[in-house]
Design a protein around this ligand. Structure first.
Ligand code: CMP
Length: 139
């Protein structure tokens, strides 16, 4: 089925001017970028977005990282977009990511891992709604 997923190009990647290279991998995987904006996340937005990880030891570090530089938030659309994007991203830890994936090619570490992608349709809908109004998504 045609799905939508939520993507973030993270601070380690925007800082190194990798937005275009990452978008090229996204489009090469058959996904369409149907919404995109560059923003500086507020602390409140980052804490809300990662609320599920609040009890993790790396939560503070994760929030500080996400607000340290601009990010690019995106909505990606395509056949099985959620699984397709997770495959294009590669494993969370770039050391375990397959060749050609965004994280293998560009990520620095498990924290500075260049991109986020939704893990399920329910979370995709919640994440998209946190950052985009319906009329900002143009399929
Ligand atoms: P993401 O898909 O954005 O969702 C949760 C994030 O937590 C994950 O990507 C990682 O970047 C981050 N993360 C996971 N494990 C660690 C860790 N041990 N240290 C710092 N960040 C982590």
């Amino acid at each position: 089925a045609i799905e939508r997923t939520f993507s973030i190009i993270k601070p380690d990647a925007t800082k190194r001017n990798l937005t275009g290279k990452i978008n090229s991998i996204i489009e090469g995987a058959g996904l369409r970028i149907v919404a995109q904006k560059r923003i500086r996340m507020t602390r409140e937005q980052a804490e809300t977005f990662y609320a599920v990880h609040k009890e993790r030891p790396f939560f503070g570090e994760l929030v500080d990282f996400m607000i340290s530089e601009p990010v690019v938030v995106q909505v990606l659309e395509g056949e099985n977009a959620i699984a397709k994007y997770r495959e294009a991203m590669g494993a969370t830890n770039p050391a375990n990511a397959a060749p050609g994936t965004i994280r293998k090619e560009h990520a620095l570490s498990v924290g500075e891992n260049s991109v986020h992608g939704s893990d399920a349709p329910e979370t995709a809908a919640i994440e998209i709604a946190q950052f985009f109004a319906g009329n900002e998504i143009v399929g």
